[in-house]
Design a protein around this ligand. Structure first.
Ligand SMILES: *Cc1c(COP(=O)(O)O)cnc(C)c1O
Length: 236
C-alpha cells in the first residue's frame, strides 16, 4: 500500500524541484531525484517504489547490500537504480561494483583504478561521478579543485569507468543561500572542463543539493538532487 504522508512528501519535493527549475529557466525534466535511503528500511523503500520513485542513494556498501538484493529481481520491467553517495573504501570496491548503477563518491586515482580493475573483471562499465571538496572542512572527503583536471585526465583512460560528471557536499548552512557559491563553483568547474575539452565529450551531471538546499542547487544547475529527510522524515 502506498503511504499517504510519503506520497505527500514526494509530491511536495517534486513541486519544489519544478518551481526551482522554472525560476532558473530550466526544464524540470532535466533534474533527477535521488531518494536517499540510508537508515530507511525495506518496507519504506517499497512504499517509495510504489509511489513511483526509481533512483535510490545509499551511503554505505554494507547497509545497502540487503536492500539492493531484495529489489534486484522483484519487479520485472521496473528498473530501480542504486547510487552510492557515501565514502567508499578500497576494500569494498568489488562489492560496490556489483551493487551500484552509479558511484558518485570517487575521490582518488587509487580508488578509481581499483574500481576499474574490478569492473573489467566483471565485464561492467561503471558509471561514476567525481566528488569535489570545495570547503575546507576536514570531515569531508573529495578531490581538491586544484587537482581535478589532472585526475580527470587519468580517470578517462580507465576503460571500464564511464565518467558522467561531478558531485559535491557543501557545508550545512541554516540559510541555504549561503550554499549557493559552492553550487555555482561546481557548475563553473564542469563548464570549464567542458570548454577545455578535457574529456573529449561533455560532462553533464552535477549531483548537488540535499533537503535543506536543493532548490538553490537546482537554480545553480544541479542535474541530480539527493534528498532523504524531505521524503522519509528525520533520521534517528
Ligand atoms: C544523507 C545524505 C543526503 C540526504 O540528506 P538529507 O538532508 O536527509 O536530504 C544527501 N547526500 C549525501 C551524500 C548524504 O550522505
Amino acid at each position: 500500500m502506498a503511504d499517504l504522508p510519503l506520497l505527500e512528501n514526494i509530491g511536495n519535493v517534486y513541486k519544489r524541484m519544478s518551481h526551482a527549475a522554472m525560476r532558473a529557466g530550466r526544464n524540470p525534466e532535466d533534474i533527477k531525484l535521488i531518494a536517499v535511503t540510508k537508515t530507511v528500511d525495506i518496507v519504506r523503500i517499497t512504499q517509495a517504489v510504489d509511489a513511483g520513485l526509481r533512483i535510490f542513494g545509499e551511503s554505505r556498501v554494507q547497509e545497502s547490500q540487503k536492500k539492493i538484493s531484495h529489489f534486484a529481481f522483484r519487479i520485472p520491467n521496473c528498473k530501480i537504480e542504486w547510487h552510492l553517495i557515501g565514502h567508499l573504501q578500497k576494500n569494498k570496491a568489488k562489492t560496490a561494483i556489483e551493487l551500484f548503477d552509479m558511484i558518485q563518491s570517487i575521490d582518488s586515482l587509487e580508488l578509481a583504478e581499483t574500481l576499474n580493475k574490478h569492473a573489467e573483471k566483471m565485464g561492467k562499465t561503471q558509471r561514476i561521478l567525481l566528488q569535489v571538496k570545495l570547503s575546507d572542512e576536514t570531515t569531508k572527503h573529495g578531490i581538491l579543485k586544484e587537482n581535478l583536471i589532472s585526475l580527470i585526465r587519468q580517470v578517462i583512460k580507465l576503460k571500464n569507468l564511464d565518467l558522467r560528471g561531478l558531485m559535491t557536499i557543501p557545508p550545512y548552512f541554516e540559510n541555504p543561500e549561503n550554499a549557493r557559491p559552492y553550487f555555482r563553483e561546481l557548475r563553473e568547474l564542469r563548464d570549464n572542463i567542458n570548454e577545455l575539452r578535457v574529456t573529449g565529450y561533455a560532462l553533464r551531471e552535477l549531483s548537488m543539493g540535499m533537503t535543506n538546499d536543493f532548490e538553490v542547487a537546482i537554480e545553480e544547475g544541479a542535474t541530480m538532487v539527493r534528498i532523504g529527510t524531505a521524503i522519509f522524515g528525520e533520521r534517528e
